[in-house]
Design a protein around this ligand. Sequence first.
Ligand code: DGP
Length: 119
Amino acid sequence: MAEQHAEGCLFCGIATGAIPSTRVYEDEKVIGFRDINPGAPTHVLIIPRTHIAGINTPEAEDSAILSALVHAAKQIAQREGIAESGYRLVWNVGPDAGQSVFHLHLHLLGGRKLAWPPG
Ligand code: DGP
């Protein structure tokens, strides 16, 4: 798959390796790396290698990427030892949810009891 990158996009830089990160997972379509400002003992961001701005933008042909993100999350949860204790997958979409980086990313949080509803 040809990777599309957006100029000046932080997570495109992380995907190419131009910007350092602590990677915990990678496959052909997606990578996972530790959040710089973790909200839980495990806080990993899973992103497509190719630039997609957010969950509102994927087209039908991107469905393989969406399933790759979820598949990666399951693998990472296993590796982090939280698959059984539990974890949360979060997509922040737009201003009310506090989305701050406009390259699609799935948050994986776990390793502690997580409150619900979120703030
Ligand atoms: P969101 O609010 O959903 O757009 O989440 C963006 C996340 O990205 C936030 O939890 C902090 C994280 N983040 C921002 N800049 C960097 C960075 O340079 N490196 C890493 N590893 N994470 C970052």
